[in-house]
Design a protein around this ligand. Structure first.
Ligand code: BES
Ligand code: ZN
Ligand code: ZN
Length: 481
């Protein structure tokens, strides 16, 4: 969709359709025809489409970003039922630092996403143009520069998220570790982005025994992908690490068949890393941002790694394997160790790491784990504005003790049935060097990454979890430095 700013009042813009957000049931507003609404029994909640002039009215509880995103997505789904090629909207000014138009653009773009690569009948999209009038809902004066920036930011956020969705939605036979590497190399065409792809020989040289073990029974080789975005005079160095399991069968600790379905989405952490790199380049952020991905499948076979094996990780620690389905942490621990060689000011890993996180938080919420409670809190507060739901999960000495091993330095699963999201985080913390313990966050995105029952503006399939909350955090950080 194209977004165009017009310095005209709404009624002077010619468009196929119009969308008006009705804020907090404010039916007295000049943009609202109260009489018409009474006849329609529309009280400012939900949405209506009036066929005369294709006018859409959407109720939003408030002008908070998430309300506008939900409203815009709802408006889009009504527009989709029409043949409108253009639609006009007025301006909405939020309380927060960004103009709310950022959220409206996000709502339109996220709501319009469809994955039809494998449908012989492709859906056709008629809507091409969104015309934004500078006339505002609360009659404040709009700075054109701010408005354009809000639109551009919303677009970058949403297109990076939709890009991550495409990656996650692609079936495992067509999105392998090699495809992931090709995708990353393509991304290196973006401004200030470079990419290195490393194969199994590199992993052997680097003594990534843990990562290599997970890959062993796969017919496909692993890839370690290292993307770098480097603008001039970067203010900080931020490293993202992503779990890129292009398929997780569970390995010899095989998943039950119903749990195996959707495991193409076990590459969501990696997809988020790719989406973030795309986003930071589009947003021209003033940080050096690295994206490190461990890409492999977790399969079965005569050469598979086994429960009872003891692996040696890159940092020389030994790991007792008691469950080959707890493979994500085995890939991440070597990638995290590699990442720390590049001296990050902030280190964030993302992974669909545990079913336990989904049990604990529900399928809508991401877990924020780590060893620095203040950093977890700060990330939580900032993420609230992004539209992604998060909750900090804190560790303690007793949960940490549950991954002790009798024969190795650490065990890859806990000896307790409970607290699995936190014990997975505790496992990763064994691979974080002392100097980075305060600078590290682990985001468990297992719940929201893949949507099986439609919610909010998320369609069936991937939601692009991890992209928006991190881009938002970086935008916030950019304002602070
Ligand atoms: N990829 C899964 C986690 C997962 C489960 C993601 C459901 C999304 C939805 C991960 O590799 C896994 O299988 N974890 C195990 C860990 C267990 C063996 C300690 C799990 O959560 O059951
Ligand atoms: Zn697994
Ligand atoms: Zn997994």
């Amino acid at each position: 969709m194209r977004y165009e700013i017009l310095e005209k009042d709404l009624q002077n813009i010619k468009s196929d359709a119009s969308v008006t957000f009705v804020i907090g049931k404010d039916l007295e507003h000049k943009w609202i025809d109260k009489k018409l609404f009474e006849n329609l029994k529309f009280d400012g909640e939900d949405a209506v489409l009036i066929s005369d002039g294709l006018q859409i009215f959407v109720g939003c509880k408030s002008i908070e970003d998430e309300e506008l995103r939900l409203g815009a997505a709802k408006a889009y789904s009504l527009l989709k039922t029409t043949k409108a090629k253009s639609v006009k909207i007025g301006c909405y000014l939020g309380k927060c630092k960004f103009l709310s138009m950022k959220a409206i653009v996000e709502g339109f773009e996220l709501g319009s996403y469809e994955y039809d690569r494998y449908k012989t009948q492709k859906s056709t999209k008629t809507l091409e143009l969104v015309q934004i009038s500078t006339e505002s809902y609360d009659e404040k004066q709009i700075e054109l520069k701010d408005l354009q920036e809000a639109i551009d930011t919303g677009l970058a956020m949403a297109t990076s998220t939709n890009y991550a969705k495409d990656i996650v939605n692609t079936p495992p036979q067509d999105f392998t570790p090699l495809t992931m590497a090709d995708e990353a190399l393509k991304l290196a065409e973006a401004k200030n982005v470079t990419c290195e792809v490393y194969d199994e020989k590199f992993l052997e040289k680097e003594k990534m025994g843990s990562f290599l073990a997970v890959n062993r029974a796969s017919a496909l080789p692993p890839r370690l992908i290292h993307l770098t975005y480097k603008p001039e005079n970067p203010k900080k160095r931020i490293i993202f690490v992503g779990k890129g399991l292009t398929y997780d069968s569970g390995g010899l600790s095989l998943k039950p068949s119903t749990s195996m379905v959707t495991m193409k989405a076990d590459k969501s952490g990696a997809a988020a890393v790719l989406g973030i790199i795309k986003g930071v380049s589009e947003l021209n952020l003033p940080f050096e941002v690295h994206g490190i991905i461990g890409a492999t499948e977790n399969m079965i076979g005569g050469n598979a790694y086994k429960p009872d094996d003891v692996l040696t990780a890159r940092n020389k620690k030994t790991i007792e394997v008691r469950n080959t389905d707890a493979e994500g942490r085995l890939v991440l621990c070597d990638c995290l160790d590699y990442a720390q060689d590049f001296k990050p000011d902030l280190l964030i890993d993302m992974a669909t790491l545990t079913g336990a996180c989904v049990v604990a938080l529900g399928e809508f919420t991401n877990g924020i784990l780590g060893l620095n409670e203040e950093l977890q809190q700060e990330f939580f507060q900032v993420s609230k504005k992004s539209g992604e739901l998060t909750t900090p999960l804190y560790t303690n000495r007793y949960l940490e003790a549950t991954i002790k091993s009798e024969i190795a330095d650490v065990c890859n699963i806990s000896n307790s049935r409970y607290g699995g999201a936190i014990t997975a985080g505790a496992f990763l913390s064994h691979f974080i060097r002392d100097e980075y313990k305060d600078k590290w966050l682990h985001l468990d995105i297992a719940g929201p990454a893949f949507v099986e029952r439609v919610w909010g503006y998320n369609q069936f399939g991937a939601s692009g979890a991890g992209v928006r909350m991190n881009l938002n955090y970086l935008l916030q950080l950019a304002k602070a430095v």
